[in-house]
Write a protein that binds this ligand. Structure first.
Ligand SMILES: Nc1ncnc2c1ncn2[C@@H]1O[C@H](COP(=O)(O)OP(=O)(O)OP(=O)(O)O)[C@@H](O)[C@H]1O
Length: 368
C-alpha cells in the first residue's frame, strides 16, 4: 500500500480508511459543480474509461479494464460478478480507496469534478459529505477501542461544525433509523452482533448526509436472512433520503431486490447493464444467464435447492486479451467472432447495454 502526500496524480492511492482524519472534511461543494457549458447539470457520477492496474514488482494485474457508466441522483446501481472480476477495485478506486499500488486512468466525475485528479484534502471532504463508503467486514472498519457514538459523531462534528452534544443527538437519530436503540450508543463494537455492527456502519455512512453511498459487500459473512434485512434497510433509508447507491456483491438475486439497475462485471469489464428486473428475467449476455442460474433466489426455495454451478473458472486478469470476449472459453453460445472481435458495451434495447455480439441489434438482439 502506498500513499501519495501530494495526491495530485491518478497513479496514487492513499492508505485505506473510511474514517475522517483530524484534518477532516471542510466542504463537500466541488469548486466547479453546477451546470456545464451546455447548461445542463452533470449526472451525480459519470465514470469514463476507467482502468485500474495493480503493480507489485514486475507483476501487473489489470483488474479494471475500461469501465464506464453514469449514475443519476437517487439512483441505485448493483454491481455483480464472480470473485476477482474487479468489483471492489472498480468501486473503491472511484474514491481512490483501493488497496495496493495501482495505476488508475480514466475519469471519475462526481458532480462534474474529476476525483482521480483532485487533491487529497478535497477528496477527503468528498469521501464523507459527498460519497461515503460502507466496507465489508464492519469489525475491521470500526475502531475497537472507541464507542460507536464517538465514531459516528466525529465526522458530524468535523463536517457540520456542530457541538459534540448536537452531534450525539444526531447519532441517536441515526442509530434509531438503523434499528439500534440509542441507549446503546456508548457501547463498543465488540458488544454488538455482526448484523448490528453492519447497521452501525450504515449509520456512519449516512452521518453527513452524502449524495452517494458505495457499499462494498456490506452483508458478507452475515447469514442470508440478516443480509436481506440489512439490504432492505439500506434500500429504504436511501430511497427516503434520495441518496444514490452503488452496491457491490457477487449475489445477483440480493441486488435485484434492492437496486434499480444492475451492472454485471466479468474479467474487469461491465458486460451487461440495465434495469435489474429486465437484466435478470431477460438477460442480454450469456454470462448474466449463467450467473443468475448459479445463485439461489430469495423467496424461491426451489432455486435454493438446485442452483446450477457456473462451469470453469474466470480467467486470471493477466491472461485476458483486449481482443475477443473474455467469457468465450466458458460460453455455451460461443462462435468464431467471439474470439477475435473487440467487445464494447453496445446498446441492446431501450435502456439496455450488452457486450455480447449476439445482443447487437444487427444480429437480432433480444434474449440470450
Ligand atoms: N492490492 C492488490 N494488489 C494486487 N492485485 C490485487 C489487489 N487487490 C485486488 N487484486 C486483484 O485484482 C483482481 C480484482 O480483485 P477485486 O477484489 O477487485 O475483485 P472482486 O470482484 O471484488 O472480488 P471479490 O468478490 O472476491 O471481492 C483480482 O485478480 C485480485 O487478485
Amino acid at each position: 500500500m502506498s500513499a501519495d502526500p501530494t495526491g495530485t496524480g491518478p497513479m496514487s492511492t492513499e492508505p485505506m480508511s473510511a474514517q475522517p482524519t483530524s484534518a477532516g472534511p471542510t466542504s463537500a461543494q466541488p469548486p466547479d459543480a453546477g451546470p456545464n457549458s451546455a447548461g445542463t447539470a452533470p449526472p451525480l457520477l459519470e465514470v469514463r474509461d476507467l482502468h485500474v492496474t495493480y503493480r507489485s514488482g514486475d507483476r501487473t494485474v489489470p483488474a479494471v479494464r475500461g469501465v464506464g457508466f453514469t449514475l443519476a441522483a437517487g439512483d441505485t446501481l448493483g454491481v455483480a460478478g464472480e470473485s476477482g472480476c474487479g468489483k471492489s477495485t472498480m468501486a473503491l478506486s472511484l474514491m481512490r480507496l483501493h488497496g495496493g499500488r495501482a495505476e488508475v486512468t480514466g475519469e471519475v466525475l462526481f458532480k462534474g469534478e474529476n476525483l482521480l485528479t483532485t487533491g487529497w484534502s478535497r477528496l477527503r471532504a468528498v469521501r464523507w459529505a459527498g460519497a461515503s463508503v460502507v466496507f465489508q467486514g464492519a469489525m475491521s472498519a470500526l475502531n475497537p477501542v472507541r464507542t460507536v457514538a464517538d465514531q459516528i459523531a466525529e465526522p458530524i462534528v468535523l463536517h457540520d461544525k456542530v457541538s459534540t452534544k448536537a452531534a450525539e443527538k444526531r447519532v441517536a437519530q441515526l442509530l434509531d433509523s438503523v434499528g439500534i436503540p440509542a441507549q446503546r450508543m456508548r457501547a463498543h463494537p465488540h458488544e454488538f452482533s455482526g448484523g448490528q455492527r453492519q447497521r452501525v456502519m450504515i449509520a456512519m455512512a449516512l452521518a453527513c448526509r452524502p449524495d452517494l453511498i458505495i457499499a462494498d459487500e456490506p452483508t458478507t459473512a452475515l447469514d442470508v436472512m440478516v443480509q436481506a434485512q440489512i439490504l432492505e434497510l439500506l434500500g429504504d433509508l436511501v430511497k427516503d433520503a434520495g441518496i444514490a447507491v452503488m452496491m457491490i456483491t457477487h449475489d445477483l438475486s440480493l441486488l435485484a431486490h434492492t437496486c434499480d439497475r444492475l451492472a454485471v462485471m466479468y474479467a474487469g469489464r461491465i458486460v451487461e447493464l440495465g434495469p435489474s428486473r429486465q437484466v435478470l428475467e431477460d438477460p442480454r449476455h450469456p454470462y448474466t444467464t449463467a450467473l443468475s442460474r448459479a445463485f439461489p433466489t430469495i423467496g424461491d426455495p426451489a432455486s435454493r435447492r438446485a442452483p446450477q454451478g457456473l462451469a470453469g473458472d474466470p480467467p486470471r486478469p493477466s491472461d485476458v486479451s483486449d481482443d475477443g470476449c473474455a467469457f468465450a472459453p466458458r460460453c455455451a453460445r460461443v462462435h468464431d467472432g467471439c474470439r477475435t472481435e473487440k467487445m464494447l458495451l453496445w446498446p441492446a434495447g431501450p435502456d439496455r447495454e450488452s457486450a455480447c455480439l449476439l445482443a447487437r441489434p444487427e444480429r437480432g438482439g433480444g434474449a440470450l
